[in-house]
Design a protein around this ligand. Structure first.
Ligand code: S3P
Length: 433
């Protein structure tokens, strides 16, 4: 059995904040310097579409903390309307965030553009993108199944709207906010289940609370002056290392400078309620985001997890695959409700988790908005083939369980981990003692 010990100083920079920093940089007047930008494929896709739409940017490396070389992105822009008509469809690869959030910006540009992606992205729902943009006055066309390609005939005359989010989605909230920055007048976006709030924080938008509604106020024709951004480490990547530390006997790992925004780090609370004993050190605020070090030690006494509160589901939506696999391996049990959105991610994650857990001998049952793991019937001694479904978080969740417990698995298309965590296996090896 392997033991994992040490200090993690090279976790990928946060994917959500990296996307937003690049998009906001392209909307700002002046030079935006983004320190510690992510090298993950998804974030590189955002830079690719920005360049294809005429935004000048460059990537450099510079000396960072802990003696590491870090990535810096420099964007030069003249503000809201600096984009140029792309000469070909804009390729977003696997990145839903790139496609959806950039659609909000393209809807406000006075030209026609088209967004496309890989096989997985071309199947994901985009009606949630088209609906608010059409209400604002853009002409948006989707495939017959309501997916990409997204063809956008933008307009400089977008109208402000009051928009109650029909899905609990930070991507939809953000694309409406990015479009609304260009509109003539104030837009109000209303959410009843708060999702990650990086867009509001980074743009300095006013938020109001009215009963159960959280209202984000977006002033129209807002001039954005370039400012520097620093990207903290990604809590969704940290979750994999936390699970490794909890599962592998005798392990002790400290993960430095992780974003601890409450809309992102709720998995730590869930795990601590289950007895994980994870502690946070060196907590501070940088660029409006709470950041700290996570200390995790192997804990043989973890209770099984039940996740059903919609507010909580929204705050751990990307961590559910790892939490489910961790709970299954640590306790034999797991239960999830109110998470139908998981079926619309890079894969249908409810199905992907259940299929693979069943292959490993777990007794599972799925329903429309979740699934339950009721125990393990068989423990395999032979290698089990795990289907990644070309989904980085599915691949990494099972890889962690295998590395920590020694169960032999073979994962299809393992290179997909590079979507968000290019140094995933290197990091695991560096912690192995
Ligand atoms: C993201 C929001 C979430 C998340 C995705 C990134 C973001 O999606 O699953 O990985 O950066 O806004 P939804 O907003 O669609 O729930």
């Amino acid at each position: 059995m392997r033991v994992f010990k040490g200090e993690v100083t090279a976790l990928p920079p946060d994917k959500s904040i990296s996307h937003r920093a690049a998009l906001i940089g392209a909307l700002s007047e002046g030079t935006t310097e983004i320190t510690n930008f992510s090298g993950g494929y998804d974030n590189q896709s955002t830079l690719g579409v920005l360049q294809a739409a005429g935004i000048a940017l460059r990537q450099e490396t510079e000396a960072g903390k802990y003696g590491r070389q870090i990535r810096k992105v420099v964007i030069e822009s003249q503000g809201l309307w600096s984009f140029q008509p792309p000469s070909a469809p804009l390729m977003c690869n696997n990145s839903g965030s790139t496609m959806r959030m950039f659609a909000g910006i393209l809807a406000a540009q006075p030209f026609t553009s088209e967004l496309i992606g890989d096989n997985s992205l071309m199947k994901r729902p985009m009606k949630r993108v088209a609906d608010p943009l059409r209400l604002m006055g853009a002409d948006v066309e989707l495939s017959v199944s309501g997916a990409a390609p997204i063809k956008i005939k933008g307009t400089k005359d977008l109208m402000p709207i009051e928009y109650r989010l029909p899905v609990h989605s930070a991507q939809v909230k953000s694309l409406v906010a990015f479009a609304a920055l260009h509109a003539e007048g104030e837009t109000r976006i209303i959410e009843t289940v708060p999702s990650r709030d990086h867009t509001e924080v980074m743009l300095g938008l006013e938020t109001l609370v009215n009963g159960l509604d959280r209202i984000i106020v977006v002033p129209g024709r807002k001039r954005i002056v370039a400012k520097p951004f620093f990207i903290p480490a990604d809590p969704s990547a940290a979750c994999f290392i936390v699970a490794l530390g909890l599962l592998a006997r005798g392990s002790e790992i400290i993960i430095r400078d992780v974003c601890l925004n409450p809309t992102r780090a709720a998995f730590l609370d869930i795990l601590n309620v289950a007895g994980a004993g994870i502690s946070i050190e060196n907590k501070r605020i940088i660029g409006g985001e709470s950041i700290g070090d996570i200390l995790v030690q192997n804990n043989a006494g973890l209770d099984s997890l039940l996740i059903s509160d919609p507010q909580l589901v929204a705050c751990v939506i990307d961590e559910i695959p790892m939490l489910a696999v961790l709970s299954a391996f640590a306790t034999g049990q797991f239960e999830l409700h109110n998470a139908a959105e998981l079926r619309t991610k890079e894969s249908d994650r409810i199905d992907a988790l259940v299929v693979n857990l069943q292959r490993l001998g777990f007794d599972c049952e799925q329903y429309p908005d979740g699934f339950i793991v009721k125990g393990r019937k068989i423990t395999h001694s032979n290698t089990v083939v795990i289907d990644s479904f070309d989904d980085h978080r599915i691949a990494m969740s099972f890889a962690i369980a295998s590395q920590a417990t020694g169960v032999a698995i073979d994962i299809t298309d393992i290179n997909v981990v590079g979507v968000s965590f290019p140094n995933f296996f290197e990091m695991i090896e560096s912690l192995s003692v």
